[in-house]
Design a protein around this ligand. Structure first.
Ligand SMILES: Nc1ncnc2c1ncn2[C@@H]1O[C@H](COP(=O)(O)OP(=O)(O)OP(=O)(O)O)[C@@H](O)[C@H]1O
Ligand SMILES: [Cu+]
Length: 835
């Protein structure tokens, strides 16, 4: 980490943690005033505003008016239970969200107690020594130190998006973006005292806009709720007009409203997303946009950048080649003298404090092979530097040596760019290209190296690299090994129905070689180069997309174009990236994925997911979770739907048929107490069914509440309603007692709800009982429910509250038979309703 160029000077010192701690007390944390945070009270308020509670309170009031004090008290008890339940659920989500926020807070490289460490930027204090590097945000107002320089994008302070070049002792400002370079700096001002703090700007993330799924759910809930209210009003009217008993009519209406209200859906949605994000964080995947995980389940194309994602991005210089000599690291130890100059100029064309792994590799090789020769020039002075540009993939650096009058220029870059700079003739280019292809075919990244002299040392330097008179020196080839887990992960992605596309700035031959190593399609039509791509208009590009798996020599802007073209042709695009230039494409993709430790801050800010461990395999984990959340959501929805049909039916039909009221608020509440926790706790925990991974991505326009889902839910619920009505009518006829019939019907309903849970837990056929063994939440749930049911049927006090009667012995076998029938029906419905 320390600078190699400054070794002659005493290294600047950092702070000790004790001093830093004191300074932190004095100056305050290095952060801007935060947006509002959700405290416990606000959560409670949110809970209290829930419509379910309002309905309960209204019911309580009606009970008081008709003088049923016990019932009113019991409702009050339920109010407390419901509040406690939703409070616990909401806290669980907001806790996991807070933990995520903590994980995603920015970090800075700081020298503390003589050791470089990554600390939260929040803990920086004036006087700290930090290091900033390409792709990072400046964590505070800093003064640059040493000889290195950086390029900055200060647009967020100035509105100017032209990069500015700065070197010591210039100041750089908090929140600006380092687009190139690596430099040490001293912290001058933090938090509200920084330039950013003074203008009151904030880097707060965008407010979370509701996603399609959230909007769809909100729409469904609204629609169902208004239908419910209308029905409830209608019921109250019918009842009131028919019997003249308006209070009981109101009670029936409120009961129906409670039965219909799909209040668990939004809860299920937030809880599934936030718990899913929390689970993923434990797998070292940070979710910055919650719905992105579910979206990942729908991804159909995965665009990956080669360097750093598919490969480890640790370069090693493997071969050097000039027209006179060649060297392979694996076949010889010493570098022949005739290649010394080639390596010397490759290093001169690099930064002294190298950020780029290629340059680090060149520097490392030079230290191994050129140490003690006259080819390392610590005393040369940098005069000018021509950076790499998309138009010319080559960079040059101009040097002044103490013992020469003319300036020396070293250039390195993509071979074709260097050939261009050297103005080589066509035949020589052709032979050289053969050599490049030979090196690249082994998966090596090839760079050309050239040198020039500029005699008139006091004249102004030319504006572009082409104006120098370059002489070609040779080629260097670097290896960047493929990550060990990549071939397997790629195969798994493809098995899951995802198309994988490699996007790289590298040479076609290198890209092809890597594609073969990782098992991507590599036939001729599968590859397109950036220059070819530039000739296509949007329609032609879209036509070219099918079957494409490698894009090489693409420029950063072209990544954006590829993503947009893919999306325009109906694909759901997940895209990985790590560089400063990748941010627009990451934003444009449906799911942007950034590498956590190696990727740039900017890429992380633009991404929806961050792979904290930098391993490609965890993307696959995220994909599995995406499918899992999506499938479990669907299961929960089918369950909620199926369970509401009989509840609504039993509240509505008796009134319409002129029977005595069957379900009362207390029954609905009892059921609610099973249903709410059941959907969130039991379905959320379900592991992914293997078939869902093979089934391919969900269609983008597929709704969460699609026809298959509705059909299955209505089938299960409708069947159950018929069974319950039949059971009710039969027991009533046979026992002559409303209370016995109600007890029977309710007990059957509760047993069937447990059956519905077990049936919808696993959608693949079979496995009805397996649920009890593998899902502890389900086991407890079932046990608790049975105990509650037994209490309501068995304890005289409760029996009265529930308006039950003791079930005669003959009813028990009938109950068991009914439950078995329901279970068989649910098992059958899985075959009918499958997609
Ligand atoms: N520091 C450098 N010095 C000289 N040439 C460079 C340097 N960096 C990149 N190049 C040239 O530019 C080409 C494209 O580089 P670029 O950075 O766009 O690819 P990349 O983003 O590293 O690759 P990938 O897209 O696979 O991640 C390289 O293949 C190389 O020829
Ligand atoms: Cu409900």
């Amino acid at each position: 980490m320390s600078s190699d160029a400054d070794s002659s000077r005493a290294p600047p010192e950092g702070l000790s943690s004790a001093t830093a701690h004191q300074a932190l007390q004095a100056h305050g944390a290095n952060e801007l005033p935060q947006g509002r945070q959700v405290g416990a009270w606000q959560l409670l308020l949110q809970v209290l505003r829930e419509p379910m509670l309002l309905l309960l309170l209204a019911c309580g009031a009606v009970y008081l008016m008709i003088g049923a004090r016990h019932e009113a008290l019991m409702l009050l008890f339920f109010v407390v239970v419901v509040i406690a339940l939703s409070y616990v659920q909401q806290r669980r989500s907001s806790r996991s969200l807070a933990a995520l926020r903590e994980l995603s807070s920015p970090r800075a490289q700081v020298l503390r107690d003589g050791r470089w460490q990554a600390l939260p930027s929040r803990e920086l204090v004036p006087g700290d020594l930090v290091q900033i590097a390409e792709g990072g945000r400046v964590p505070a107002d800093l003064q640059l130190l040493g000889t290195a320089s950086v390029s900055l994008d200060e647009s967020m302070l100035t509105g100017e998006s032209v990069a500015v070049h700065k070197s010591a002792p210039a100041q750089v400002f908090s929140g600006t973006l380092v687009t190139a370079g690596l430099c040490q700096a001293r912290v001058m001002a933090t938090g509200p005292n920084s330039a950013l703090g003074r203008i009151g700007a904030s880097l707060q993330a965008l407010p979370d806009a509701p996603t399609p799924i959230e909007r769809e759910t909100a729409r469904v809930v609204r629609r169902v709720a208004s239908i419910g209210l209308a029905l409830a009003a209608l019921l109250t009217l019918t009842h009131g007009l028919a019997n003249g008993d308006w209070l009981h009519g109101l009670l029936a209406g409120l009961t129906l409203a409670m039965a219909i209200l799909p209040e668990e859906l939004p809860v299920v949605l937030t809880l599934f997303f936030s718990l899913g994000a929390w689970r993923l964080a434990r797998e070292r995947v940070l979710v910055r946009q919650l719905p992105a995980v579910e979206m990942l389940g729908a991804a159909s194309v995965l665009c990956v950048d080669k360097t750093g994602t598919l490969t480890v991005n640790q370069m090693q210089l493997q071969r050097l080649w000039s027209e006179q000599a060649a060297y392979r690291r694996d076949q010889a130890t010493a570098l022949p003298d005739s290649l010394h100059e080639l390596l010397e100029y490759a290093v001169l064309a690099s930064h002294r404090q190298a950020f780029d792994p290629m340059e680090q590799a060149l520097r490392g090789a030079a230290q191994d092979w050129l140490a003690g020769t006259e080819h390392l020039h610590a005393d040369w002075q940098l005069v000018e530097d021509y950076p790499l540009s998309p138009a010319l993939l080559a960079m040059s650096r101009v040097w002044r040596s103490p013992d020469q009058r003319s300036l020396l220029i070293a250039a390195k870059g993509a071979p074709e760019a260097i050939f261009d700079l050297c103005h080589l003739d066509a035949t020589r280019i052709e032979t050289l290209n053969q050599q490049v292809s030979l090196l690249a075919a082994d998966g090596l990244r090839v760079l050309g190296v050239a040198r020039a002299q500029f005699a008139a040392a006091d004249e102004a330097l030319p504006p572009i690299q082409h104006d120098f008179d370059f002489e070609f020196l040779g080629l260097v080839a670097l290896a960047d090994p493929v990550r060990a887990d990549v071939p397997e992960a790629i195969a798994a992605c493809r098995a899951a129905g995802l198309r994988v596309m490699m996007i790289t700035g590298d040479h076609p031959a290198t890209a092809l070689a890597i594609a073969r190593q990782i098992g991507l399609a590599s036939e001729p039509g599968a590859l397109i180069s950036g220059s070819e791509l530039a000739l296509l208009d949007d329609a032609a590009l879209r036509a070219r997309l099918p079957g494409l798996s490698i894009c090489c020599r693409v420029q950063p802007e072209q990544k954006l174009r590829i993503v947009q073209a893919l999306r325009a042709s109906g694909e759901v695009v997940a895209m990985t990236g790590d560089g400063v230039n990748d941010a627009p494409a990451l934003k444009a993709a449906d799911i942007g994925v950034a590498m956590g430790s190696r990727g740039s801050e900017v890429a992380r800010e633009a991404a929806d997911l961050v792979l904290l461990g930098d391993d490609f395999g965890s993307l696959l984990t995220a994909l599995r979770y995406g499918r899992r959340i999506q499938l479990n959501l669907r299961k929960a929805i089918v369950f909620v739907l199926a369970v509401h049909v009989p509840i609504v039916g039993l509240s509505l039909l008796p009134v319409l048929l002129g029977w005595p009221m069957l379900l009362m608020p207390v029954h609905i509440l009892f059921l609610q107490l099973i249903i709410d926790p059941a959907c969130s706790a039991i379905f959320e925990r379900e592991p992914l069914e293997p078939a869902a991974m093979r089934a391919g991505p969900r269609k983008l326009d597929a709704k969460l509440f699609d026809a298959a889902l509705l059909r299955r839910g209505l089938l299960q619920g409708g069947g159950l309603l018929l069974l319950l009505l039949a059971g009710y009518a039969l027991t009533r006829h046979w026992s002559g007692s409303d209370a016995v019939a109600r007890s029977f019907c309710f007990a059957l309903l509760v047993l069937s709800v447990i059956g519905l849970l077990m049936a919808n837990r696993l959608w693949q056929p079979g496995g009805f009982w397996r649920g009890l063994a593998s899902n502890a939440a389900l086991r407890w749930m079932a046990l608790g429910t049975l105990l509650m049911l037994a209490a309501a049927l068995g304890l005289p006090g409760l029996r009265q509250l529930f308006a039950f009667a003791a079930l005669p012995t003959q009813a028990w076998p009938a109950l068991a038979a009914g439950a078995a029938l329901a279970a068989a029906g649910f098992a059958l419905s899985k075959r009918v309703g499958s997609r």
